[in-house]
Each structure stands twice: as structure tokens, then as C-alpha cells.
Design a protein around this ligand. Sequence first.
Ligand code: FAD
Length: 333
Amino acid sequence: MRNVDIRTSRYDHVPHRVVVVGGGIAGLYFTYRLLSAAREVEVVLVDPKDYHEFIVGVPMAVAGLVEFKDLLFPFRQLTKAKFVKARVAAIDERCARPAEGSGPICGDYLVLAPGALHIGSAQYWSVEGSAAIAQAAAGAKAVRFIVNELTPVAGFQELAYAIKSRWPEKEVSIHVVYIGEDYRSFMEVGKRWAQEIGLEMSDEPPPWRPDELYIKVPAARPHPLAAGLEVDPTTFETQYERVYLIGDSSLLKLGLPPIGWGALWQAATLAKAIAKELESGVFEVEAESWLAEGDKEKFLQWMVYRMTSGTPVIHLKGLYDLWRGQVWRFLSA
Ligand SMILES: Cc1cc2nc3c(=O)[nH]c(=O)nc-3n(C[C@H](O)[C@H](O)[C@H](O)COP(=O)(O)OP(=O)(O)OC[C@H]3O[C@@H](n4cnc5c(N)ncnc54)[C@H](O)[C@@H]3O)c2cc1C
């Protein structure tokens, strides 16, 4: 808990300014929750892309529930937050320094949400790339996901389910050659559904055949902007005052799998605490009991529950409808 009057900050101006780096689900949901809860606050959202990409929804598009283009939300439509199109190259106190173009973008708070760095072919981490995968899958006799990373990029199970749901006649399989223990626990739960829909799971993949599509799942690592940052597991504050790290990079730094449910939870928790500080001068996080007790095992169980209960494609459709109808509508009204 912190109890300071932030108006004494050297970046003193009204309304208070919050700079958010990265407009993925963590950055955008944080913005939505903060602007819904606090008055007298201005949010500047910085992202190098023109669109927010609703990546969690990619499997839905692969399954044919929505069009790929429906997963793109143009940042220029934002009315409640100010959008700056830029790639942030470095941070300096509470300032984000773009790689080129404008000067530093500074605020009373700096919230870093740049996602993770994806090592390997991270094609399905974009709406365009995943549309190409869906097209390739349509023409292949079998689709095989090969996992051989300690922390693979999330979503391969969901993609495999989506492909199998759309083309039940295709052979779809996941081959886990190597994976971290935390991730293995997620996969154990997923195995049940896999069996139900006829999706194969095994260790070694079969020998390559020309009419089959092999997708090597890339690894996730903390983003370069997060290099050297330490993250408090309760407040997500870094060693720099009022500089926070949320989303995939934050989860990785905390030793947790980089998944969307974790990013949404961090975004909501931080927005609530900052809104409270802006209103009352007190920054207070209502820590979940397992966090307060420092019990990482329970934390992981909770994450597994949140992730797996939200994984089936039809649940994602509910999340997507909320995202479009509530989050985006509010921010672009
Ligand atoms: C196919 C697929 C399915 C998935 N399904 C699920 C699921 O069912 N459940 C679940 O919990 N999770 C799922 N995930 C994982 C989930 O999508 C991620 O955990 C989530 O997107 C992380 O959000 P984020 O905001 O941290 O990062 P991202 O979504 O990666 O967003 C990061 C943003 O930061 C921007 N950025 C990057 N670098 C910079 C920079 N230098 N300066 C400024 N901006 C920058 C990027 O342009 C991007 O807009 C899935 C992932 C995939 C790929």
C-alpha cells in the first residue's frame, strides 16, 4: 500500500496522464477499466500498429465463427484515449521514447504492456498470419503442431481444436517433444477435450509428408522493453515508481505462463488500484489470497482454471462479443 499525494509529482498536471505502451488485450483492457473507473485522467496509448488485434479470438476465426477482419479494431477510432502510432524503443523514468519521430511521451504513470517476444515463426500471432495458416490448413491432409520449447507461445491447443472442429475429417495432432512443467499442467486438462473431439496428442511427430502441414510452435520470452525490469507480484510495479509491467512479459517475469486470462486479470487489478490512487491518494491492491500468501502453486491452479474454463471456442465467442460490444464500444463512443 502506498499513501502519497501524486500531485506533488514533478509531472504535475490535471488531468493526470497515464501512458500505456502496447495496445494488445492487456493495454486495451487496462485503458478501458481505468477510464471507466477514474475521472480527471487522460490515457495515451502507444502502439506501432494501426489496429488492435484481438489475438485470443484467432481460433474463432479459424473455426469460422467470425471473419478474420472482425478481429481488427482500428486504433484511430479511439475517442476516449489518445492514440500515438509509434514503436517504443526505451523507457526513461515515466517516459516512453519512440524509436523514431516524436520526442519522449511522459506521464504520471507508465504502464508497459508490450506483449512477449516471440522466437521462431510466430505467424499465428497476427490476424494476417493466422489467416494464412487457416488457408494452408484447409488444403492439407493433416495438421501437426510441434511443441519443443520450455515456454511455447500460447494458443496452439486452441488452434488445433478450431481446425479439428472446422474440418473434422482432417487428422489434427499436437506433439509435445519438450515443454516446461507449468505448461504441462495446462495441457493435461486440455487432453480430455482433445480426446473427445478426436485430436491426437503424443510426443514425437510422425515423419514429414508433403501433403501435411507442420507448425512449429515458437517460444515466448520477455519483450526487450522489459529487460532489466523487476515486477512486484502483487502490484505489478517495477523497481521504478509508478512504472508498471502487465501482460505476457509480466507473467513470464513472474514465472507464470503467458496467457490472456492472466493479462486481463493484471490489467483489471492495476486499473482499479490506480483509479483509487487518483481519487483518494491511496494505492491499494486487493491481493488475491494466494498472492498475499505467496503461494505460487495456488496461483497456477487458479490460472489453469481461468484459462481452461475460457478456452472452448464458443466461450471465446462470448468474450469477443463483450470485447466488441462493451470494451471497444466504450473506448470508441
Ligand atoms: C492463437 C492464439 C490463441 C490464444 N488463445 C488464448 C485463450 O484461449 N486463452 C488465453 O488465456 N490466452 C490465449 N492466448 C494468449 C493471449 O492471446 C495472450 O496471452 C495475450 O494476447 C497477451 O496480451 P498482451 O496484451 O500482453 O500482448 P499482445 O496481445 O501480444 O499485445 C502486445 C501489444 O504491444 C504492442 N507492442 C509491441 N512492441 C511494442 C513497442 N516496442 N512499443 C509499443 N507497442 C508495442 C504490439 O503491437 C501489440 O499491440 C492465445 C494466443 C494465440 C496466439
